[in-house]
Design a protein around this ligand. Structure first.
Ligand code: ADP
Ligand code: MG
Length: 560
């Protein structure tokens, strides 16, 4: 792709050639033609340094009228430095066009800026605060605005500009085209997009064309009667899931989605009985991640251009293998593996083998997370979220009073109570939760009794009770030749036992499919076998996870 294939004016092409640009960057190649040939709003997701300024700047220069002395494009940006940089960059692209481009930002004498905007700029680059100031002084007129760009939108939100942005957006004409650029897509941005953008297309680079799909395939065994219960358990176990739950029929899709919504999940349904407008609205919400869980039929999900899901869940397996491949191919992201989980009853388990052959990839059995594990996972998730949170500046003024009120409580007690506040409901729910693994096992056992000489049933021998233990089947699969011996710095003296080891590995890796076998516990160390292919994953998880703090794990040299 060359710049001159994008349909840009000669004046612009000359300017960018002089700047030494040869080929459009990825985001430019996608955004520029869209802005020139279509009319819709755009959410552009790309890291810094990928050329976003030209991606929106060039089409804006191409389409606004240099002879009309009105402000036709407004670019909002979080900082003074960025404003200056953007205005400078766009001015360079515009050097062969009669265009007045001005940057206004806080922290500098307003009089100089007032003078600059005395001649109405066609393109105004501004920080939100200063712009509002100028709007209140009636020095800026936005009624002829064709373009509104929110550049570095995530950064603007981090800096607390949300209210200002809303104020500004409300004062601009509905006919404007809104373009939002951001490196990340937090929920608040989805909200802006939903409130102020018209069915924006999401254009993100560095994700979608990733050819090598990195998908792990799992199945969980469930009873027919607990299928929904199991789904909920899985969703609870992955608090930051962004995924699709595939159902086989419209009715099932509706039922599952409705139940999830009633149960408080951020879910919605996509199926053929919806009107086009309803469908568009659901798809938009999901694309923008304002919706976490989409419950969909295969047909309805086909029109959905989203491929970077964290999870694909097959509430029921599809009839044909191509559909399975389609479904699971929607997960698997850059540098991160996607997870595909099929819910099957013992009776349906036979459907797995043919799929394994078709995709040339084995399935691992995943145990249904126990209530305890879900609570733990949610708790860690909450703590992590808390650590990454940027508290709103507005909280500051309440701080002295709150600190005064809490001054007699010690740190641990405060933490304990805040957790309880957030968590009581979940703990309550899971306190008496049934062991779903055990209940499916009972069913398998009773079936076995009924057809006592049926060897097939034994193949799936699956002995499980509390969700912390690995199934025996998995341990046997770990063939000696394919394992490595590892050791960890905990032993009998620390009260360590196999169950603790397996629980620890589950927690640290979040992955229950890693085969562990031959556990030996000495007074100070525990030795165990791990599937060779998974050793790296395990060691990396131990190196990275805060949950592995204090544990030292490593290979046993010279074998056993
Ligand atoms: P972003 O906004 O995505 O962080 P910028 O628009 O600031 O990125 O661009 C980063 C740098 O790359 C700038 O110096 C810009 O001049 C340069 N640049 C942009 N597009 C191209 C291109 N197609 N070829 C070469 N350099 C480019
Ligand atoms: Mg930029």
């Amino acid at each position: 792709m060359k710049f001159n294939e994008l349909g840009l004016k000669q004046e612009i092409l000359t300017a960018i050639a002089e700047m030494g640009f040869e080929t459009p960057s990825e985001i430019q190649a996608e955004v520029i033609p869209y802005l020139l040939n279509e009319t819709g709003d755009v959410v552009g997701l790309a890291q810094t340094g990928t050329g976003k300024t030209a991606a929106f700047g060039l089409p804006i220069l191409q389409t606004i009228d240099p002879n009309a002395k009105t402000t036709q494009a407004l670019i909002l940006s979080p900082t003074r430095e960025l404003c200056v940089q953007i205005a400078g960059e766009v001015s360079k692209y515009a050097k062969n066009l009669p265009m007045h481009i001005v940057a206004v930002y806080g922290g500098e004498d307003i009089r100089k800026q007032l003078k600059e905007i005395d001649t109405t700029p066609q393109i105004l680059v501004a920080t939100p605060g200063r712009l509002i100031d100028l709007m209140e002084r009636k020095k800026v007129h936005l009624e002829n605005l064709n373009y509104l760009v929110l550049d570095e939108a995530d950064e603007m939100l981090n800096m607390g500009f949300l209210d200002d942005i809303n104020t500004i957006l409300e004062k601009t004409p509905d006919t404007r085209r809104t373009l939002l650029f951001s490196a990340t897509m937090p929920a608040e941005i989805s909200k802006i997009a939903m409130n102020y953008m018209k069915e924006p297309v999401e254009i993100s680079v560095g994700k979608k064309n990733e050819a090598a799909k990195n998908v792990e395939h799992y199945f969980v065994l469930t009873k027919q009667s607990t299928r929904y219960e199991v789904l909920k358990r899985l969703l609870d176990y992955y608090p930051d899931i962004y995924g699709i739950v595939f159902c086989r029929t419209r009715q099932e899709t509706k039922d599952v989605a409705e139940k999830l919504m009633v149960d408080g999940y951020n879910a919605d349904a996509l199926h053929g009985d919806l009107s086009q407008a309803q469908r568009d609205s659901v798809m938009n919400k999901f694309r923008l991640r304002a919706l976490q869980i989409l419950v969909a039929t295969d047909v309805a999900a086909r029109g959905l251009d989203v491929n970077d899901l964290t999870h694909v869940i097959h509430y029921n397996l599809p009839d044909d293998r191509e559909t399975y491949t389609h479904r699971s191919g929607r997960t698997g992201r850059v540098n991160k593996s996607g997870i595909s989980i099929a819910l099957v009853t013992p009776r349906e388990k036979g459907a797995i083998k043919p799929i394994e052959r078709a995709i040339n990839h084995p399935f691992n059995q995943m145990e249904i997370p126990s209530g305890g594990m879900v609570c733990q996972k949610q708790l860690y998730y909450m703590v992590e979220k808390m650590q990454n949170l940027q508290p709103d500046k507005k909280i500051e003024r309440f701080m002295p009073d709150v600190i005064e009120l809490l001054k007699d409580m010690d740190r641990d007690d405060i933490i304990r109570r805040f957790i309880a506040l957030q968590f009581n409901q979940l703990l309550e729910y899971y306190h008496n939760s049934t062991d779903l693994n055990a209940s499916v096992q009972q069913e398998i056992n009773s079936n076995k009794k009924r057809s006592s000489s049926d060897g097939k049933n034994r193949r799936g021998a699956y002995i499980e009770d509390d969700g912390f233990k690995k199934s025996r089947r998995q341990m046997r699969v770990a063939d000696k030749g394919d394992t490595l011996r590892l050791k960890i710095n905990r032993g009998k003296k620390d009260g360590f036992e196999p169950k603790r080891l397996l629980g620890l590995i589950n927690d640290v890796t979040g992955d229950k499919s890693i085969n562990i076998g031959d556990i030996d516990i000495s007074p100070r160390f525990t030795f165990f076998d791990v599937d060779k292919k998974r050793v790296k994953q395990l060691l990396q998880a131990f190196a990275a996870s805060p949950r592995a703090k204090g544990y030292i794990i490593g290979e046993v040299k010279g074998n056993r």
